[in-house]
Design a protein around this ligand. Structure first.
Ligand code: ADP
Length: 239
């Protein structure tokens, strides 16, 4: 059974069709990289998957159930947003932030365990405003993982983070996927990183123009070129 099944998904905003007839599936244990230029519809896709946007056409199934009928699946998803939702000087410690992710209170062991796993245990009592970008990112991953979700969704997560933290972040993702069998859906602009980490690629630019094994995408010069040209057009459009 597919963990996620997306069929003929279309999202029409007043001025723009953000997603046009997108279909793909994600299986247990997949590490899916979603690539696409700015404005390609990646965040829109995540909004629909997280039930934040219900104005879509098409169907979405999680664990075989239509999300219009059942919201049970939501507890199986951990989500790391592109931008942390807190202000830098929000007076909370690392421990506080991760605790906010907990569904049941008083699960100290879970918090300790996840802080250790993400190499932020020693920062537990530090204010989040004192952390580097990379440390803060790991705090939000810990918050997303503290309820042991089966699926982790990450939106474009490495902007403004130093190289060493990016490497640590990638090794953490790899371990979550290979050792803990967490299914990962990750949007990224970094083609090299997607090539190295993900076993599946979805290439989105309002329509889905490729979905399959990452070897297949990266060994096909025509597809890579098509992706680069779409990104370049979008770039020129913005400048
Ligand atoms: P990405 O995450 O790939 O950059 P988005 O999903 O944010 O793409 O945006 C896709 C398109 O939809 C863009 O043209 C964007 O301006 C538009 N868009 C995104 N969110 C909204 C919204 N809430 N209302 C109207 N238009 C939106």
């Amino acid at each position: 059974m597919s963990l996620v099944e997306i069929k003929n998904l279309t999202v029409q905003y007043p001025d723009v069709k953000a997603l046009d007839d997108v279909s793909f599936t994600v299986n247990q244990g997949d590490f899916l990289g979603i690539i696409g230029p700015n404005g390609a519809g990646k965040s829109t896709l995540f909004d629909v998957m997280l039930n934040l946007n219900t104005k879509y056409q098409g169907t979405l199934k999680f664990f075989g159930e239509d999300i219009r009928k059942s919201k049970k699946y939501l507890k199986e998803i951990g989500y790391v947003p592109q931008k942390p939702i807190f202000e830098k000087n929000f007076p909370a410690t690392v421990n506080d932030v991760v605790r906010m992710g907990l569904r049941k209170e008083s699960d100290e062991n879970k918090i300790d365990k996840i802080l250790q796993q993400l190499w932020i245990h020693e920062l537990s009592n530090r204010r989040i405003g004192e952390l580097s970008g990379g440390q803060l990112q790991r705090v939000f991953i810990a918050k997303a993982l503290v309820n042991n979700p089966k699926i982790l969704i990450l939106d474009e997560p490495v902007t403004g983070i130093d190289q060493q933290s990016i490497e640590l972040f990638y090794s953490i993702l790899r371990e979550l996927n290979s050792k803990q069998k967490i299914t990962i859906i990750w949007s990224s602009h970094d083609l090299d990183a997607v090539n190295k980490l993900a076993n599946h690629v979805a290439c989105l630019n309002r329509t889905l123009f490729f979905h399959g094994m990452s070897e297949k995408f990266f060994s096909d010069d025509k597809l890579v070129k098509q992706y680069s040209e779409a990104s370049m057009q979008e770039h020129m459009h913005h400048h």
